[in-house]
Every structure is written in C-alpha cells, then in structure tokens.
Write a protein that binds this ligand. Structure first.
Ligand code: R5P
Length: 316
C-alpha cells in the first residue's frame, strides 16, 4: 500500500504512516503565479493500492481541489485502487436544502469525488448519519467518540476527583448535547459510559444571519438536578465556538461545577481560540482530524489523535 498526503494535515498523515511502519510517498504540489495548482506523484503506483489523506477544512475549496488532483494523478498513473481518507469532510453541514433556492454543496463535492472514480472513502464523525447514503461509493464512517470515552474514564481526566478508584470517576457526571441535532451522538456516548445521564441545551438559529442563541434545556434529565454536577458537552465540530460557549454558560448558570467539551473537529474559525479560552468552559478536547496551527493553540486545549484508528482501518 502506498500512502500519500495532501497539504491540509500532513502531521496526521505522517503519524498514520509511522504506525503502519511506512513512509509517505513523495508528491510534489506547486502553485503557479496565477494561483493554479499542479500535483505530481514522484513514485510509481502501477497496480498499487493507494491511500490519500486530506481533510477538507479551511481553505475548503483549495483543499478539495488538491484532493481531486491527487486522486486523478493516482488513477491516471495506474493505481489499482484509491482510498481517500477525509478526516474532516468540508461542506458536510450543507447536506440538504434549508431554504428554497439553495445549493446542496456537499452533493456537488460528492459528485466530483465519484466522477474521479475514487474507490473508497474513510470519513470521521460526519454531521449526519445519512451522509454516507449520499455517496454511490463505499464510505467507512469512523467515530472519535470511543477515544473520548476512553479519556473520560481515565485517571488523567479525573485528576481533580478525590479518589483513585475508577468507579468514582463517572460519579456526578452528565453528558450534554449542545443542540437537538446531536442527540444520537449523546446517546451513543452515554452507552459507552455505563448509561451516563444526559441533557440537551436547545439552540435556536436565525437562518438569515446565522446567529444562534441557547437559553433552555430539553432531554431526560431535569435541569433542577444540575447543581453540583460535572458536565461534558459532546459535539461534532467547533467553528466559531458560539455553540459550546453558550451551552456551557447556560450549564454553569444552572449550577454545574465544571464543564468540559469533547468535539471531534477543531475548525476554529475567526477568533474561536480566544473566545474558548475566555469562556466558562474548563477544558476543550478535540481530535487531530483537522491540523491545528501553533497560533491556534490555547491553554485549555487538549488534542487526542485519531492516527491509530485510521491506521487500523487501513490495515483491514
Ligand atoms: C451544528 O449543528 C454543529 O453540530 C455544531 O454545533 C456547529 O457547527 C458548531 O458551530 P459553532 O462553533 O460556529 O457554533
């Protein structure tokens, strides 16, 4: 198997290669003065199973185009198969028409991928479980939730709990979905954590401006039970940070003693890192599905790697 990386998340691709006891295959990407991009493989791929790892986060269009070009180069150079590992799939929140006259951007990207005859897609924590059905090619849908569950059960996460007994680690702890769209995710997580109780905060969005407000609760747990609890917010992505910040504030206003956030994709647009650091959130756990440049790191941030999980999937 030959492993290639696009430019969006090389550190993750390198980790995967190391676990698989191999090296990334050489590839050359150059940008002409007019902004056009050229990709060239510097190795033979005839009759090889090949893999390209590329997240399509910001700059979204650029990263998609680079992925398309690498897949095309692999295909026309005679690769036996091409698997695209897309840890973060851009445009996934635009998977249907919300208002008349809108494009379904995700479908457009999927049609491009299919037209390039890519053989398999490996994705992670997609915004909706229906997204794999939009593809006419096989999609393996991995999840970062087991990584989070493992961390929540560990001593490293429970340093402030006054006990060394793992049985005490989940006591007085609850899960929170920051919006009603995340209920399936929260139920899965609850199952992994011995039926941990959960509640949801309700997010209202102004579809015209995109502004959100979070002011009330829903779900099986009664808000009167919140005082004294440790809250764990679980979501698929942080972009502006508004969702988890408002959800955490409402939880703290209702008496939770701490609020940690577990989110798979660290998109971190605009000034999200500063806002998260200055918020009432205690710790922010993310994965490395999206490369986080040094200037976007902040003291509350903890990054867990998906490299093992991806490598394991590629070995199947
Ligand atoms: C929305 O439904 C998603 O699950 C996330 O909650 C949302 O995309 C996060 O965006 P932001 O950080 O900008 O609030």
């Amino acid at each position: 198997m030959k492993l290639f990386s696009g430019s969006s998340n090389k550190p993750l691709a390198e980790k995967v290669a190391e676990i698989l006891n191999t090296k990334l295959s050489p590839i050359e990407t150059m940008i002409f003065p007019d902004g056009e991009r050229r990709v060239k493989l510097n190795t033979d791929v005839v009759e090889e199973d090949t893999v390209v790892i590329q997240s399509t986060n910001t700059p979204v269009d650029q990263n998609y185009i680079e992925l398309f070009f690498i897949i095309d180069a692999l295909k026309r150079s005679g690769a036996k198969s091409v698997t695209a590992v897309i840890p973060y799939l851009g445009y996934q929140r635009q998977d249907h028409v919300f208002r008349d006259g809108e494009v379904v951007s995700l479908e457009v990207m999927i049609r491009f991928l299919e037209s390039l005859n890519v053989d398999n897609i490996i994705a992670l924590d997609l915004h909706s479980i229906k997204i794999p059905e939009l593809f006419n090619i096989p999609v393996t849908h991995l999840s970062g939730l087991p990584l989070f569950a493992q961390r929540i059960k560990s001593k490293a996460f429970n340093v402030l709990v006054d006990s060394d007994d793992p049985k005490d680690f989940l006591k007085d702890t609850i899960l929170v979905s920051p919006d009603m769209g995340g209920l399936r995710r929260i139920e899965q997580m609850s199952e992994m954590l011995h039926a941990m109780p959960w509640i949801a905060t309700v997010k209202d969005r102004d579809l015209r401006t995109g502004d959100i407000t979070i002011k009330q609760f829903d779900g099986p747990l009664n808000p009167s039970e919140l005082p004294g609890k440790r809250a764990l917010i679980v979501d698929d992505m942080i972009s502006s940070g508004n969702t988890v910040i408002q959800s955490a504030q409402l939880l703290k206003d209702n008496g939770v003693v701490s609020c940690d956030v577990f989110v798979t994709h660290a998109i971190f647009s605009e000034d999200a890192p500063e806002l998260l650091q200055d918020s009432s959130i205690d710790r922010v756990y993310v994965t490395d599905s999206v490369f986080i440049p040094e200037e976007k790191f902040f003291p509350k941030l903890h990054v867990l790697s998906i490299a093992e999980m991806v490598a394991k999937e590629l070995q199947k």
